[in-house]
Ligand binder design. Structure first.
Ligand code: ATP
Length: 546
């Protein structure tokens, strides 16, 4: 291990975590052990740092001492101070720099011909853009800072949203500088605000830059939108109620909304087993009698591998009575939908039982374990780039299928993480446990755990079963946040970043693809849910360069 890397990391830790409460896994002398949260290495050198949303306060400067760093992502912390002069001499391999939503200030001096992404929006940077020499940059955003002067050269190709919120910045794509100086001469110079300020609805800090009138009009606009949304929701709710109170066979022909013609209800031992296509032969008593092996235990319950009398293997999830105490009608309705999901990248639910004393879900058994175990094992260390791409493409296809399945309300997975991504006989990735966590009683409590110490939790303690916290979207941490397709996209992005930046990826020809994937991962993990792409868009972006 390179001693300069160790020194840089320790000096960063001393600055941002003097009490050793946030980066407590940064211990010992080997940051490449796999235990240092957020640190990825290649051939003994630190190549990426992912510490988004880690509550870090202090200076980021020591991290620029990592001379082989390719990806540095420190979004949504409270880092302050200025950036050092970044050049090919200091950081020749830096490709992606993500520092948005911090309190960084000073002028920008970055001369990196190979830098592909620069995201520094929502900081306090000042001065002109002349200090930026970034001929290759393709992903660029400096909005909501205090930058001034004319936008020139190659930077003009970026949309105005990349620059908004810098009151004295001008030139294409913002209004021309002559117009601005004319305007500012004509108006009171004590409060210049020539450039259009479009403020992201996700930023609380930026709202201080809005005037009262703007806030009022936004407020009135919001009320109208909320009223319309309420009307739509009530209409949909009424429709939904009518729709699902019909007997199964009386449903109309809309694909995906029909209840199964083939489902069989079994009353055995006082409990009901509801079976879907491919699970018609399942019986509750044979399931309960089957020889079973524990596969693992998670937040939502325990999973067993059961071998039935005829030799068929299934995975049975026994839901925890604490997390799923009630016998809910909504749960049954959702399971009837989930039982119809049939896709090569989604694990089929074959049957379920929702009795008071026993809540079971019966899935196809996947013989090759999960992405979690793959990343943990030695095999994972040698998982080549092709296999990683194949897995991620599979997950993207599966999640896109779930998100576009005709259902009202639209289906949300709610628990995308490596242990819920299973590998089938052909090595394809299949998503399991769709929507289950939507019904968990303690869902939000489990999300309120501290952020930084749960980043990439799977790496912290290989003995513990995985938890979801490192993959949750930031809007879910506030306690009332609701899981949405956008929060699924965030979790997918976190999984993608973990798979792509996992160490021991062969360097060389795959680097371009890898960096493209990092870019997609960053888009998926944008703070603002509205800014995250839909899974269909993610798929087409992945397809463009893979
Ligand atoms: N259909 C399946 N086939 C094979 N292995 C499975 C199947 N379903 C789950 N597993 C494995 O069983 C183990 C336990 O899964 P379980 O879903 O109970 O916990 P978890 O995924 O860690 O957490 P959570 O309860 O939040 O989903 C995991 O390693 C998972 O990959």
């Amino acid at each position: 291990l390179h001693s300069q890397d160790l020194l840089s990391l320790l000096s960063f830790k001393a600055s941002v975590d003097p009490l050793n409460s946030l980066l407590d896994t940064w211990e010992g002398s080997n940051p490449c052990s796999g235990l240092w949260v957020g640190v990825k290495c290649y051939q003994g050198r630190v190549v990426s740092i992912f510490l988004d949303d880690a509550s870090l306060v202090g200076s980021a400067t020591p991290l620029f001492g990592l001379s082989q760093i390719r990806v540095l992502s420190l979004r949504r912390n409270a880092l302050s101070g200025s950036l050092p002069h970044l050049t090919n001499l200091t950081n020749p391999r830096l490709r992606h720099l993500f520092l948005s939503h911090n309190q960084l200030d000073g002028t920008l001096n970055i001369s990196l011909p190979s830098l592909l992404s620069l995201r520094i929006e929502h900081n306090d940077f000042s001065g002109r853009l002349e200090g930026l020499h970034l001929p290759s940059v393709a992903d660029f955003n400096v909005s909501v800072n205090r930058l001034a002067g004319e936008i020139s050269g190659g930077l003009s190709k970026f949309p105005s949203s990349a620059f908004h919120g810098n009151p004295t910045l001008c030139g294409s794509p913002l209004p021309s500088c002559s117009k601005i100086s004319h305007l500012s001469n004509a108006t009171n110079t004590s409060s210049p605000s020539p450039a259009p300020i479009i403020v992201s609805t996700c930023s609380s800090r930026s709202s201080s830059k809005l005037g009262i009138t703007t806030l009022l009009s936004i407020g009135i606009g919001d009320i109208v939108v909320i009223a319309m949304a309420l009307a739509i929701v009530i209409g949909m709710y009424t429709w939904f109620q009518r729709r699902f109170s019909m007997p199964p066979n009386a449903t109309t022909g809309a694909r995906g909304l029909e209840l199964d013609h083939g489902f069989v209800e079994e009353k055995e031992m006082g409990r009901r087993l509801v079976c879907f296509e491919g699970g018609e032969d399942l019986r509750l008593d044979s399931l309960l009698k089957a020889s079973a092996e524990v596969l693992g235990k998670g937040m939502s319950g325990s999973t067993y591998k059961a071998v039935l009398e005829d030799g068929i293997m299934v995975a049975v999830k026994r839901l925890s009575a604490v997390q799923f105490p009630s016998h809910s009608k909504a749960f049954n309705q959702r399971m009837h939908l989930i039982g119809r999901l049939r896709h090569s990248h989604v694990v089929s639910l074959r049957a379920y039982c929702n009795a008071h004393e026993e809540k079971l879900l019966v899935y196809d058994y996947m013989p090759n374990g999960s992405l979690y175990s793959l990343l943990q094992s030695n095999r994972g260390r040698n998982l080549d780039w092709r296999s990683r791409k194949q897995i991620l493409m599979g997950v993207a296809h599966g999640l896109n299928f779930i998100h576009t399945f005709p259902a009202r309300p639209p289906l949300v997975h709610a628990n995308i993480k490596p242990s819920n991504i299973l590998i089938d006989e052909q090595g394809n990735a299949c998503i399991t446990e769709c929507s289950i966590m939507c019904f968990a009683a303690n869902f939000h409590q489990s999300l309120l755990l501290p952020h930084a110490s749960t980043l990439f939790p799977e790496r912290r303690n290989s003995a513990a079963t995985s938890t979801w916290h490192g993959y949750r979207a930031p809007e879910l941490t506030v306690g009332k946040g609701k899981v949405t397709q956008e929060s699924d996209v965030y979790s997918f992005g976190m999984v993608l970043l973990e798979v792509v930046t996992d160490k021991e990826i062969d360097d060389g020809e795959c680097e371009g693809e890898m960096m493209g994937m990092v870019k997609i991962g960053m888009m998926c993990t944008a703070e603002c849910p509205d800014e995250r792409p839909k899974m269909s868009r993610v798929l087409s972006m992945m397809g463009e360069f893979l």
